[in-house]
Design a protein around this ligand. Structure first.
Ligand SMILES: [Zn+2]
Length: 264
């Protein structure tokens, strides 16, 4: 794996060891523009790596340093995620620069191959549990939509990076929940999202924060839904993901991953 260097001044010292991996898309016209922005001191943003559409990899910040990619964010009860994560920007226009027909620009296979190789290298040298390989949209659901519902998470999981549970049966008799609803079923939904890692308070009210968090869950785990409403499919997927997260955090579980991504 060849990695070019293009140092960014936008970093400082970590406050804790690395135990997360955050994936982004650049959301700009070109990789060149995104790289220039991440190297501009005035932008105060960066990432450790950027992966181009043709599979080239550029490193901007050393893995031992705190790059500025996550912003205000939270996962599994932690914040200051910049201090504990490695950030990869993947060149893709995403929702900000869609194709002329409005579709999201696809991620080329050669680019995803490079992302997989880079993730393998990172996971080999840091103890990052599979449930802590996340989307920017997972850790900041109200602000971020990247790397987008078109990102091939299943392909990464096939390569031993992160989780992608197979789909179990639908939940029989599941009630539909939507914004404005209130009560125990809403609280149960919030508790489940929180147990997976999403930052959400179990208020029992299906408020806007809940809708946005369910939408982030859809974007990551049920990408053809994206409604932000909770239906039988959403509940089934929540169960699948919750069980995968729990299993990956159980030290007695065996992992087929060769990447060292098993929970510590
Ligand atoms: Zn991002």
């Amino acid at each position: 794996m060849q990695v070019d260097l293009a140092p960014s001044p936008n970093f400082n010292d970590r406050k804790c060891p690395v135990d997360m991996l955050v994936l982004h898309y650049t959301g700009m016209e070109t990789g060149k523009v995104a790289l220039a922005r991440m190297r501009d001191p005035a932008s105060e943003v960066s990432a450790h790596y950027m992966v181009w559409e043709d599979g080239r990899i550029t490193q901007l910040v050393g893995e031992d340093k705190r790059a500025w990619h996550a912003g205000v964010s939270s996962w599994q009860g932690d914040d200051d995620l910049n201090s504990r994560s490695i950030g990869i920007e993947i060149v893709n226009g995403g929702h900000d620069v869609p194709l002329p027909d409005g579709a999201l620009p696809p991620y080329p296979d050669i680019q995803i191959d490079a992302v997989i190789a880079l993730c393998h290298s990172i996971l080999a040298s840091h103890a990052i549990p599979a449930s802590r390989v996340v989307a920017h949209s997972d850790i900041a659901p109200a602000r971020k939509t990247d790397p987008g519902e078109h990102f091939p998470w299943a392909r990464l999981a096939d390569a031993g990076i992160g989780l992608w549970p197979s789909a179990g049966p639908e939940v029989p008799g599941a009630a539909k929940l939507a914004p404005g609803d209130a009560g125990e079923p809403v609280r149960d939904l919030q508790v489940c999202l929180r147990a997976i890692g999403y930052s959400i308070e179990p208020t029992g009210l299906y408020d806007d924060a809940t809708r946005l968090t369910v939408q982030a869950f859809h974007r990551r785990w049920l990408p053809d839904a994206l409604t932000g409403h909770c239906d039988a499919r959403t509940l089934a997927r929540l169960r699948d993901v919750y069980m995968a997260v729990t299993a990956s955090s159980d030290p007695s579980s065996t992992s087929s991953s060769s990447s060292g991504s098993r929970a510590s």
